[in-house]
Design a protein around this ligand. Structure first.
Ligand code: TXA
Ligand code: MG
Length: 338
């Protein structure tokens, strides 16, 4: 499926497709989403099929405005209104208790629903034209990197999607911050561009962080365990990746070269010359700019048929929290994979 420039005509056609229960990929400010009519369980089932994603993984419902919260949530707590007023449209998703009519297909069988008003003119125009909620996970196959450009979606989903709206490269580049407001205390489920401190400042309360054993959202780059039976036929294994502190990188690289390995280096500060055995991609030194380019860079390195990707470890500060979270997941799977 070739991406189509998201002009008014294309957006009208996309809204029609959604009404027919078909799948439309569209840009948001975070990553591209794979959208379906959130009120149509058959359409939603199509998302899981196209992604190869297990049916118990809940989806985020995208909405056109703050008032639409009341169409999906049985209770809209004060905290949700405060956060929506401050951060929407924007890269924040909120988990609320669902209304009885919200299909369980959308919520992965749970009594809660994820809601977000995205900050992208194409996504907002599509939502307005369509007139309902659009369920949309990231438009990648299960276990793959989220797409931040329309061409990534074509590479990922091929003809499993009915239309791909091209709205350029995503500005934020990592998935939304997720806050669970369905319980007695607000919990941070997924770090993102909007930081814990920004949210705590609005809510005037500390956010809880779920323990590893509780139901956390799926990791983003790796989307949990690999399920080989569910992969597309042409699934290419992800190149193993290792996070490495800058001071240890030169020795590590020397050792790998001596072992005859072809390596990719994803750096942001370290300046190492490229050779036939070492490919170098350098990302910006500022966290938000780094995040914006991260997934495209990982995709590029992954396509180079390297033995290993070395990632220069960014600082362990709050500004880098979302990036470190995604890098941790990318490298963790790789290590588990050898
Ligand atoms: O930035 C984003 O949020 C992107 C764009 C397209 O909006 N979407 C996205 O969707 O990242 P997805 O499905 O790849 O990730 C959504 C995460 C999943 O980890 C899921 O487990 C969690 O949100 N989630 C959704 N509904 C939930 C619920 N009711 N309870 C707990 N977690 C939920
Ligand atoms: Mg995802």
């Amino acid at each position: 499926m070739k991406p189509i420039v998201a002009d008014t005509e294309a957006i009208n056609r996309a809204a029609d497709l959604l009404r027919q229960g078909r799948l439309v990929a569209f840009p948001t400010e975070t990553v591209y989403g794979l959208g379906a009519d959130a009120s149509n369980p058959d359409a939603v089932a199509g998302i899981f099929k196209a992604k190869g994603r297990p049916a118990d993984h809940p989806l985020i419902v995208h909405i056109a405005d703050i008032d639409s919260l009341y169409d999906w949530a049985s209770i809209v707590p004060e905290a949700a209104l405060k956060l929506a007023n401050r951060f929407w449209p924007g890269p924040l998703a909120m988990i609320l208790n669902k209304k009885p009519e919200v299909p369980l297909a959308v919520t992965g069988g749970q009594q809660t629903v994820g809601l977000r008003m995205p900050d992208h003119p194409v996504a907002l125009a599509l939502l307005k034209t369509f007139g309902g909620g659009i369920a949309a996970p990231s438009a990648n196959r299960f276990c793959r990197i989220s797409p931040t450009q329309a061409k990534h979606v074509s590479e990922e989903l091929g003809d499993a999607v009915d239309m791909i709206l091209d709205g350029g490269a995503c500005q934020v580049g990592v998935e939304s911050t997720i806050i669970d407001l369905s319980g007695s205390k607000p919990r941070l489920l997924r770090p993102g561009h909007i930081t814990r401190q920004e949210i705590e400042a609005v809510l005037q309360t500390e956010l809880m962080t779920p323990s590893a054993s509780s139901a956390e959202p799926a990791p983003e780059i790796a989307e949990e365990i690999r399920a080989p039976g569910m992969m597309a036929v042409h699934y290419a294994p992800t190149t193993p990746a290792i996070l490495c502190p800058a001071e240890r990188l030169p020795d590590k690289i020397k050792q790998l070269i001596a072992d005859g390995k072809r390596i990719g280096l994803l750096s942001y500060r370290l300046d190492i010359a490229e050779t036939s055995q070492v490919r170098v991609l350098r990302l910006p030194e500022q966290a938000a700019n780094y995040a914006q380019s991260l997934y495209a860079a990982l995709r590029q390195l992954d396509s180079m048929q390297l033995d290993l990707i070395l990632i220069e470890q960014p600082p362990q500060t709050e500004a880098w929290r979302a990036v470190n979270d995604r890098l941790g997941k990318a490298s963790a799977t790789a290590i588990a994979h050898g």
